[in-house]
Design a protein around this ligand. Structure first.
Ligand code: GLN
Length: 517
C-alpha cells in the first residue's frame, strides 16, 4: 500500500494546500460598488475613480499590493466587518449606525442626496414624494431617507442607474441618490432632471474597528491629497471621463431607441415590422456584445468569461458532489441494511439535515464570509459550496438506487468470495447508478442552473456577466435573453450526453450477478 493515497486523503491534502496558499499576504483589498461615478465606475473591465486613487495611494504608502473587489453596495460594509476587505471606499456616507460597526476616516468630500425626476412631473417639495414609488440603491442613505423621513418602503435596486432605468420605464415615480452619480444618470437623458439637496452628507473610508495604523495611513493620505489639490484634480478628471462615457452610451441608445420601441412592439406581436425588429436586434446586439469599451475589449467578453466560470463551477461541483454522494449513500444504506458504521451514519444524517434544511444561497454566503474567509479563490469557494450541497441530494438519490437492488445480489457476490466492499463497488453500485441515472441527471441540471447565484460572492459567472452588460447598456432584452439561451444550450447538451450514457449503460448488461434462486 506504500505510496498510494486514497482519494479522500488526496482531496484533504489539496484542500490544505489551497487554504495555505489562499492566506493573504500584505494586500490592501478595497471593497466597492462600481456604478457610482466619479467615485468608482467601470472603464471596460477595470474599476476606476476617485476612491480607487485614494485607496491605491494608501496601499503605496504602506508598501502593500492593491486590489479592488467590486460587489453590491449592501455587501461593501459587511466585507469590511468580516475582514474580507481591508477597507471600503464606495462613496460611503458617515452615519451613526455605521459607526457602530466600522471606523471611519476623516471625510474627504462634502455632498448630499437629491431627487431625480422626470421633467414631465417636476419635483418641487418633499411632500410630493409621500406615497409614491421611490427607487433607491439598496443599502444606501437614500434608502434610509425613504424609510425614516417618508415612513414608507422604497423600491430597492442594485444600483442608481438601474433605479433610473426603472423610472424611465415607468416603474417608479422618483429616484433618490447621491448628487454626483445622479448627475451622471441624467446626463444625456433629456427627460430627466435633478432637485436641490435633500440632506447634506460627508464621504469617508470605512475600516474594521481598531485598525489604527491603517486608519492613520488613510487619514494622512486624505489630508495630503486635499492639501496639494489631488482630490480636486481626480474628481474633475473622473467626472469628465464618466460624463464622456455616459454621453457615448446615451448616443448609442438614442440611435437604437427607435428600433427598441419597435422591438417591444414586435415581441408583443402588435405593430412593428419584422425589418424594424431585426434592425433593433442587430443594433442592440452590437451595443451589448461587440462594441469596444474604453479599454479595447468588447462587452461580449463578460459572457465568454462568465460561461467559463459557470462550466468550471458546475462540473467540478458535480464531481465533488458525486464523490460525497457515493460515500454518504454507501454509509447510510450499509447501516440501514447491515448495521455497519453507526457513527459515520449519524454524521451523514447531520450533514444531510443541515445541507437540505438551509437555502443554497445562505450556504454559499456562509462558506464565503465565515468558513473559508481566508481563501482568496472565489471559484474554489463556489465549487466547494455547490459540491457539498449537491452531495447531499446525490447521496439520497444513490441511496434509493442501492436500496432498490435485490439483496440476493449482495448474497451472490459474497458467495462468490468477493468482499463486502468489492461486491458494493463492482456489483451493487453499477446497477444502482443505472437505475437512478434520470434522477441524478435532474440533480445535475438543477445544480448547473443554481450556480447562477454566485454573483452573491462577486464571482462573475454567465448570469452576472449578462447583468453587468445590462447595467452598462440599459438594454434588458438582449443580455438576458442571450444568457437564457446559453443556459438552455448548456442544459440541452448535457441532457443529450446523459441520454447517451444511459443507453450505453443499458446495453452493457455486465456486472449483474445472475443467481438462480
Ligand atoms: N453615500 C451613500 C451611502 O453611503 C451611497 C453610496 C453608494 O451608493 N455608493 O449610503
Amino acid at each position: 500500500m506504500a505510496g498510494r493515497f486514497s482519494p479522500m486523503s488526496r482531496f484533504v491534502a489539496l484542500l490544505a494546500t489551497v487554504l495555505a496558499l489562499g492566506v493573504r499576504g500584505e494586500t490592501l483589498t478595497m471593497a466597492t460598488e462600481a456604478t457610482f461615478p466619479p467615485y468608482e465606475f467601470l472603464r471596460g473591465q477595470e474599476v476606476v475613480g476617485l476612491d480607487v486613487e485614494i485607496a491605491r495611494t494608501v496601499a503605496a504608502k504602506l508598501g502593500w499590493s492593491f486590489r479592488v473587489e467590486n460587489m453590491d453596495f449592501d455587501a461593501v460594509i459587511p466585507a469590511v466587518i468580516s475582514g474580507k476587505a481591508s477597507l471600503a471606499a464606495s462613496g460611503i456616507t458617515i452615519t451613526e449606525d455605521r459607526k457602530k460597526n466600522v471606523d471611519f476616516s476623516e471625510p474627504y468630500v462634502k455632498t448630499g442626496i437629491v431627487v431625480i425626476f422626470p421633467k414631465a412631473t417636476p419635483f418641487e417639495t418633499a411632500d410630493q414624494l409621500k406615497g409614491k414609488k421611490i427607487g433607491v440603491q439598496s443599502g444606501t442613505t437614500s434608502e434610509t431617507y425613504v424609510l425614516e423621513q417618508l415612513h414608507q418602503e422604497p423600491e430597492r435596486f442594485k444600483s442608481t442607474p438601474e433605479a433610473c432605468a426603472a423610472m424611465l420605464a415607468g416603474r417608479c415615480a422618483f429616484v433618490i441618490a447621491d448628487i454626483d452619480p445622479a448627475k451622471n444618470c441624467v446626463k444625456g437623458e433629456p427627460a430627466l432632471a435633478i432637485s436641490d439637496f435633500l440632506s447634506s452628507e460627508e464621504y469617508a473610508i470605512a475600516v474594521p474597528k481598531g485598525k489604527s495604523d491603517l486608519l492613520a495611513a488613510i487619514n494622512a493620505t486624505i489630508r495630503e491629497a486635499k492639501a496639494d489639490g489631488r482630490i480636486a484634480a481626480w474628481l474633475a478628471a473622473y467626472t469628465a471621463e464618466s460624463d464622456a462615457l455616459k454621453d457615448s452610451e446615451s448616443a448609442d441608445r438614442a440611435a437604437v431607441a427607435e428600433g427598441s420601441a419597435a422591438f417591444v412592439g414586435a415581441i408583443a406581436g402588435l405593430r412593428a415590422s419584422v425589418r424594424a425588429f431585426w434592425t433593433a436586434l442587430c443594433d442592440d446586439f452590437y451595443l451589448c456584445f461587440f462594441k469596444k469599451a474604453a479599454d479595447g475589449s468588447s462587452r461580449g467578453l463578460y459572457l465568454v468569461k462568465g460561461l467559463g466560470v459557470t462550466i468550471e463551477v458546475a462540473f467540478a461541483a458535480i464531481v465533488l458532489g458525486l464523490f460525497i454522494g457515493f460515500l454518504v449513500a454507501v454509509i447510510r444504506s450499509s447501516h440501514d441494511k447491515y448495521g455497519y458504521f453507526s457513527f459515520l451514519n449519524a454524521l451523514a444524517k447531520v450533514y444531510l439535515t443541515i445541507i437540505r434544511g438551509t437555502p443554497m444561497v445562505v450556504q454559499l454566503l456562509i462558506t464565503y464570509y465565515i468558513i473559508l474567509r481566508s481563501v482568496d479563490s472565489k471559484i474554489l469557494i463556489a465549487i466547494l459550496a455547490f459540491g457539498i450541497n449537491s452531495g447531499a441530494y446525490q447521496a439520497e438519490i444513490l441511496r434509493a438506487g442501492i436500496v432498490s437492488i435485490d439483496p440476493g445480489q449482495m448474497e451472490a457476490g459474497r458467495a462468490l468470495g468477493l468482499s463486502y466492499w468489492r461486491t458494493m463497488l463492482r456489483i451493487i453500485l453499477p446497477q444502482a447508478v443505472r437505475n437512478v441515472l434520470p434522477a441524478l441527471g435532474n440533480e445535475f441540471i438543477v445544480l448547473m442552473k443554481d450556480t447562477s447565484i454566485v454573483g452573491y460572492i462577486a464571482l462573475i459567472d454567465l448570469a452576472k456577466g449578462g447583468d453587468i452588460i445590462r447595467s452598462q447598456t440599459y438594454s434588458v432584452y438582449t443580455p438576458y435573453l442571450t444568457v437564457a439561451a446559453i443556459y438552455l444550450v448548456l442544459v440541452m447538451t448535457f441532457t443529450w450526453l446523459l441520454g447517451k450514457l444511459e443507453r450505453y449503460l443499458r446495453n452493457t448488461g455486465a456486472d449483474v450477478v445472475h443467481n438462480n434462486s
